[in-house]
Structures are given as C-alpha cells and as structure tokens.
Design a protein around this ligand. Structure first.
Ligand code: E4P
Length: 223
C-alpha cells in the first residue's frame, strides 16, 4: 500500500519525504488555510519538493470555471493530481480532462459515488472514512465494499483512503488491500511508536552503561 501525507505543511511533508516513507501528498483548502502562506506559493513549493503525486483541489463549483481551474492546476507540475469534488459538474469535468490530467475524486461517502468516479475515469477515488465514523457509519466497511466492487470489474481507479484518524485505520485499509492511505502527520508520528521499542532501547542503553563501568571506554566499534 502506498502512503501519502495529508498536509500542506512544508516541514512535515519534507521530513517524511526525506525519510522515504511517503509516496505522495494530498492537500485541500482546509489544510492550506492552516498555513500562514500564500496558497499558490505553498502549492508550488510542495509540488516542486515532492517526487510523487500531489493532489491539489479546485475551488470552483460550476462546470466551466472548474474546467478552467483544473487545467491551470495541472500546469503547476507533472506530478500534480487535480482534486475534483464528487458532484455532477466535477464528473463532467473529469470526463473531459482524464486521462491526460490525473484526477482524484474527493468527498466520496458511498459505493455508488465511488462507482461513478471510476466510470468517469478517476485515477484516484477518495472515500473519507473518519468523517463517516464521526456520524456513526462504518468508514472501513465502505473501503472494503469499494475495493471489492473495483476488483469485480477491474476498474483502474486507485482507492485512496482519506480522513484517516489513527494507525488502525491504516492497518485495516492495508489488510483490505486499499491502494493508498493519506495520513496526517500526527498519525504518521503514531505509526512509529511502540512502548516496547522505547522500553527495549532504554534497557539496551542502561546495560551498555553497566558494561562501560566495568570495562573503561568499552566500545564494540573500536578499531
Ligand atoms: C483527503 O484528501 C482529505 O484531504 C482528507 O483526508 C480529509 O480529512 P479530514 O476529515 O481529516 O479533514
């Protein structure tokens, strides 16, 4: 499974891209609004910095304006994926620009919506699982259903698990076989953590200190 970072924060993106654990980035207007920067500059910097796909969302809601925006966004860089909302205007624009321009259909909350996004030619389809969980629905069941439907008919659209809230969302998505999960930096941080790792490291270091006391300047790395 590919891992994207769901962020518009340059230091956070750079940290994980440099570590080699992140394959791409998803942004959205809310994430850009959290940054104290001109959104156009911010998006360009992210696109230039990241070798993988970077999703950038249109703001227009009407067909013609959306088409115009989608084309302008695509010009920012070869790795840009245009995010279009799951609306009739969005799907009409998608049909016009794909496959030349890669599209991520965002705000997907049901199997019928995912089916339409794939039929219209999306490269990525983004079901928002955390937001479904928030209203008492089962976000992960939706991922499982969409993966099954896409497999049944060999749809090419990649299932991009979105609105991820905790590491178990990532684990469950990977077990189901989703193509990508886009994960906020706070959740990526949690994916590194295990108390036994911390305890194990503490013990190794204290045992090593004891050894150093016994054998002055002991080091397994001496020439
Ligand atoms: C995906 O592309 C969206 O940016 C994102 O996952 C939305 O998540 P949220 O529900 O945490 O805002």
């Amino acid at each position: 499974m590919k891992l994207f970072i769901d962020s518009a924060n340059i230091p956070a993106i750079k940290k994980y891209v440099d570590m080699g654990v992140i394959d791409g980035v998803t942004t959205n207007p809310t994430l850009l609004a959290k940054e104290n920067a001109d959104p156009a500059d911010q998006v360009r910097k992210i696109v230039d910095m990241v070798p993988g796909p970077v999703s950038v969302e249109v703001l227009a809601t009407e067909h013609d304006a959306m088409l115009e925006e989608a084309k302008r966004i695509a010009e920012i860089g070869k790795n840009v994926v245009v995010k279009l909302p799951m609306t009739q205007a969005g799907m009409a624009v998608l049909k016009k620009i794909a496959p030349k321009i890669k599209v991520n259909v965002t705000l997907v909350f049901s199997v019928p919506q995912a089916l339409i996004a794939a039929k219209a030619g999306s490269s990525y389809t983004s079901p928002f699982i955390g937001r479904l969980d928030d209203v008492g629905e089962n976000g992960m069941q939706l991922i499982s259903d969409i993966v099954q439907v896409y497999r049944n008919y060999q749809f090419k659209s990649q299932v991009l698990v979105s609105s991820v809230r905790h590491p178990m969302h990532v684990v469950e998505a990977a077990k189901i076989g989703a193509d990508v999960a886009t994960v906020p930096a706070e959740v990526i941080d949690k994916m590194f953590m295990h108390p036994l790792t911390d305890a194990g490291l503490k013990r190794f270091l204290s045992d090593w200190e004891d050894l150093r006391k016994k054998y002055k300047n002991a080091s397994p790395f001496k020439k």
